[in-house]
Structure formats: structure tokens, C-alpha cells
Design a protein around this ligand. Structure first.
Ligand code: DAH
Length: 312
């Protein structure tokens, strides 16, 4: 353009450029607002909704009972001790005064693990009693432990499972007696079955690792079929084996039997669960059938405590 033409058209072009710039800016803002609105809409949160969905899983009755038993004994001043499922033959038997060739070994229907290089054998522990050995070997008296855990025996029917659960108690000091044991068991069963009173009956028995050995029955009422009430009635239910720890066991575990004595007891955890919660057959415990778990399971967030309630 000639200078004159430029002078005449310049303002026109300038106005045009300003309008286009403005239009682009306006459209850009519009698109940004649209994008922001779409994002806000897609990320909208209804703060009135529950924080998370209802928990789906339930606590298995064995876990529940294990927590209940632990809570009760913790309150009585017992520490929890644990041992491995695959155990030395020595701890499962010999140090519990069951030497090789002892007839009591046959009562245990043991699962043996293949021989080691040195000829020794491990077993799947047939009871939780080897935890007594492990505890005494590494801890000096006074000892007060409870040990819940798995045990294994070649056995299977409505009330026996090849893998099952036991709890083991051990108290060692200078004066622990059978009378103390009876009191501990009474307190335990009262708390566990959530009744005001229980009555225990002692029966002489035999375990190689205790002397004397006592089995305990609990008074109960089974007059209504399918129902059992503790603390009353005319029936007796066998619940635990126990006794004063055999001096030989103390000595084999490095404890001076001239100075220390103590009691031990043990029973079935699955059995306690069956009795307390009316579960007739042990086999479904370990079949992972969701319908069974939903029916017999416990709310996941209700942790059993003595003051907050054991089973509610
Ligand atoms: N270990 C025994 C069993 O499985 C139960 C038992 C009996 C444990 C007497 C003990 C005890 O601690 O003193 O049959």
C-alpha cells in the first residue's frame, strides 16, 4: 500500500486484529470454563455417603475364640507365647517326659516329617505343650504364659480334625499349686462362657508331663436338646487336661525342681468354639464355605475385650 492507503486502512486493520484477538480470548475462556465444569461434575463427591461400604468378611469362630481366650488370660497376667507348627521330636515328646518307645507316643497319632541328614525327625506338633518346653528353656521363673495355636493328629471325624487348635497354659514359680490352677480355670470358664458361676470337678488322670495329673469337667445342663448351659444342671463336660509340671520336665528344661514348681493345662480351642457358639461339627471349620463363615462368623471390627464385651 502507498503511504496514503496505509494511513486510510491502518485503523481498519487494527480494529479487525483487536476483534479477532478478543474473540479468540473469549472462546478460550469459554472452553476452559466448560472443561472445568465437566471435571467438577465428574469428580463430584457426595459427602453425605457412608465413608466405606459395610465390611464383607467375618471373623472365623476360631479366631474369635482365640482372641477371647487371650483377652481373659491377659487380664489374669498371662503373656502370650508361640512356637512353630513343625516341631522337634525332642520338644514335642522327649523333654515332656515322653522318651522314644514310650507308649504315650502311640496315643498321639503323629504326622512325621522326613528324616533330616543327622537322622533326627521333626513332627507336626501333636499338642501345644512343646511351647512349655520352649518357654522354660529361654525364660527363668516366674513364668506365666498362655499359648494358643495349631496342633495336628492323624484323626478325622465330626469332632476331630487332622489340624485343630489348642491352648496351653503354664505357670512356674516357687509356690504355684493345684488350688491356684483350679481358681485360674474357674475364672477362665466364668469369663469365657459369660456366666456368673461355674462348678469344676477334678478327675485323676495321666499325662507323662504332669504329676499328679488332673482332668477337669464343668457342670452343665443339657436337658434341652441342642442347648447347653454352664454353671447349673446335672451333666459334666470334660474340658481340660492339667497337672503339676513333672519335676523331670522342669529339670530337662533347665529349671531347678528343688526350688520351683508349677502347673500346666491345655484344651481344645475349636471345642470351646463349638460349645460356646453351638457349632455341631468341626469339619466345616476348615472348609472355607462362605455360607458357613457368614452364618458363624463375627463382625470384623468388634474386638473382644473383658470390659467392652467378649462376644458382642
Ligand atoms: N497336651 C495334652 C493333650 O494334647 C493336654 C494337656 C494335658 C496339656 C495336661 C497340659 C497338661 O499342659 O498339663 O492331650
Amino acid at each position: 500500500m502507498s503511504p496514503e492507503e496505509r494511513k486510510a486502512n491502518g485503523p481498519l486493520f487494527n480494529t479487525l486484529r483487536d476483534r479477532v484477538t478478543e474473540a479468540i480470548a473469549a472462546r478460550k475462556t469459554e472452553l476452559q470454563t466448560e472443561a472445568l465444569n465437566a471435571r467438577l461434575a465428574s469428580e463430584r463427591i457426595d459427602v453425605t455417603l457412608p465413608v466405606r461400604p459395610e465390611p464383607q468378611g467375618t471373623i472365623h469362630p476360631v479366631s474369635q475364640v482365640l482372641d477371647e481366650v487371650t483377652a481373659i488370660f491377659a487380664d489374669l497376667g498371662f503373656a502370650v507365647a508361640e512356637g512353630p507348627d513343625i516341631e522337634f521330636d525332642d520338644y514335642n515328646f522327649t523333654k515332656l517326659n515322653i522318651p522314644p518307645d514310650h507308649p504315650a507316643r502311640q496315643m498321639h497319632d503323629t504326622f512325621y516329617v522326613a528324616k533330616q541328614g543327622d537322622g533326627s525327625r521333626h513332627v507336626l506338633r501333636t499338642h501345644t505343650s512343646p511351647v512349655q518346653v520352649r518357654t522354660m528353656l529361654k525364660q527363668k521363673p516366674p513364668i506365666r504364659i498362655i499359648s494358643p495355636g495349631r496342633a495336628y493328629r492323624v484323626d478325622s471325624d465330626a469332632t476331630h480334625s487332622p489340624m485343630f487348635h489348642q491352648y496351653e497354659g503354664l505357670v512356674i514359680d516357687e509356690s504355684a499349686s493345684l488350688a491356684n490352677l483350679k481358681w485360674v480355670l474357674e475364672e477362665f470358664y466364668k469369663a469365657f462362657f459369660e456366666v456368673a458361676q461355674v462348678e469344676l470337678r477334678a478327675r485323676p488322670s495321666y499325662f507323662p508331663f504332669t504329676e499328679p495329673s488332673v482332668e477337669w469337667d464343668l457342670r452343665c445342663d443339657r436337658s434341652v436338646p441342642g442347648r447347653i448351659v454352664f454353671g447349673q444342671g446335672n451333666d459334666w463336660l470334660e474340658l481340660a487336661g492339667s497337672g503339676m509340671v513333672h519335676p523331670r520336665v522342669l529339670e530337662m528344661c533347665g529349671i531347678d525342681s528343688g526350688r520351683y514348681q508349677g502347673f500346666a493345662f491345655g484344651g481344645g480351642l475349636d471345642r470351646l468354639a463349638m460349645l460356646k457358639y453351638g457349632i455341631p461339627d468341626i469339619r466345616p471349620f476348615f472348609e472355607s464355605d462362605l455360607r458357613w463363615l457368614r452364618h458363624f462368623g463375627f463382625a470384623a471390627l468388634d474386638v473382644p475385650t473383658l470390659d467392652g464385651g467378649l462376644s458382642r
